[in-house]
Write a protein that binds this ligand. Structure first.
Ligand code: KIV
Ligand code: ZN
Length: 389
């Protein structure tokens, strides 16, 4: 099947390329350096650092990330022409482990843009992948909009790219059009059908237009893909890319049914998530899986009571596993006495049953007026309660 140890899935992070492409998410040079360092440090296998031909700034960022690289493969993006590929090589060549990623849109809609017929495009793919491979021994090729490309043509161009020297074949679901079963079938059939498929790594690159990017990526892995392309917080054009934190934690938490490993230190997830949100200017939605403010927060009395007795009642992973120090029991109108007592204990108050009863009545009245009751509110309630006693 694949080249990496059978169940090891490579994590290819494209926060600095596809992520930064989202309108309004531009990062400064210094911010890109910082994010690249954090990605390397958390164990990302391949960092797609930018699109060197796109601008002087992108070229400089990719070159500097390549110069400073420690562990990860550093990859740059290039369209299917020699000028792009040469510029990309210039930017990544000083990395310890450089990669050129070249792509062209292969679906009928995308072929119409450069106005190439199938044969002309096949020749272009042959020539550009050969050129990239003459420069670098690590070449990734992507048929953009693969999921809307005719089956026979997709097999034909992938075979050409493999013969020309591509070492990774990425299958982009560029417009987030596929669904999990189809994503799995496509990868499985490509591995079974295309000559040379067992010599290269298949990658999955999903967009989230229908909210299925994570499910589609995991389905592709189950079918034999061994590289997931993703971004921190799912940053990316339109509805974004597959979120790194989601696929990594899904394979970790449900390793019983998805027995795959990655090199990611999941305890570094929260830090980088917050940093990417700040530098990109894209806040994380409160209820976002894994990294949202509420992902480990509980307000209802039943949930808080359960959590205080045994965290596994309402949490399938430990907050520490993603780099959070603890679960957050949010006090609001749905909270019960047990959570109030626990919070007051944390603040240093040991209450008898009568005082707890009194403070609980005051707390409920306040919680009806406020969305969330904070520590300062509790301190005020305790002051009121002892003055009235
Ligand atoms: O979504 C896409 O097709 C891409 C390619 C450049 C890989 O980002
Ligand atoms: Zn993309």
């Amino acid at each position: 099947m694949t080249q990496t140890a059978e169940n090891r899935v490579l994590i290819f992070d494209t926060t600095l390329r596809d992520g930064e492409q989202s309108p309004g998410a531009t990062m400064s040079h210094a911010e890109k350096m910082e994010i690249a360092e954090m990605l390397d440090d958390m164990g990302v296998d391949i960092i797609e650092a930018g699109f060197p031909i796109a601008s002087e700034g992108d070229f400089k960022a990719v070159s500097e990330i390549a110069d400073r690289s420690k562990n990860a493969v550093i990859c740059g993006l290039a369209r299917a022409n020699f000028k792009d590929i040469d510029r990309c090589w210039e930017a990544v060549r000083n990395a310890e482990r450089p990669r050129i990623h070249t792509f062209i849109g292969t679906s009928p809609l995308h072929r119409a843009i450069p106005n190439l017929n199938q044969d002309e495009m096949a020749d272009r793919i042959h020539d550009t992948v050969t050129h990239a491979r003459n420069l670098c021994d690590n070449v990734q090729w992507s048929p953009m909009d693969a999921t809307r490309t005719e089956w026979d043509y997709l097999c034909r161009v992938i075979e050409i790219a493999i013969k020309a020297g591509a070492t990774t074949i990425n299958i982009p679901d560029t417009v987030g059009y596929t669904a999990p079963r189809e994503s799995a079938d496509l990868i499985r059939r490509l591995i079974e059908t295309v000559p040379g498929a067992d010599e290269i790594v298949f990658a999955t690159h999903c967009h989230n237009d229908l909210g299925m990017a994570t499910a589609n990526s995991l389905a592709a892995v189950e079918a034999g893909a061994r590289q997931i392309e993703c971004t921190i917080n799912g940053l990316g054009e339109r509805a974004g890319n597959t979120a790194l934190e989601e696929v990594v934690m899904a394979m970790k938490v449900r390793n019983d049914i998805m027995p795959f490993t990655t090199g990611i230190d999941s305890r570094k997830i929260m830090n980088i998530s917050r940093r990417v949100a700040t530098v990109s200017g894209f806040p994380v939605q409160y209820n976002k899986a894994i990294v949202g403010k509420n992902a480990f927060a509980h307000e209802s009395g039943i949930h808080q009571d359960g959590m205080l007795k045994n965290a596994e009642t309402f949490e399938i992973m430990r907050p520490e596993d993603v780099g959070l120090s603890e679960t957050n029991l949010v006090l609001g109108k749905h909270s019960g006495r047990a959570a109030l007592r626990a919070k007051l204990n944390e603040l240093g108050f040991e209450l008898g049953d009568n005082q707890l009863k009194d403070v609980f009545v005051r707390f409920k009245a306040l919680a009806d007026r406020k969305k969330e009751v904070y520590e300062d509110d509790l301190l005020a309630l305790m002051r009121e309660s002892s003055l009235d006693a």
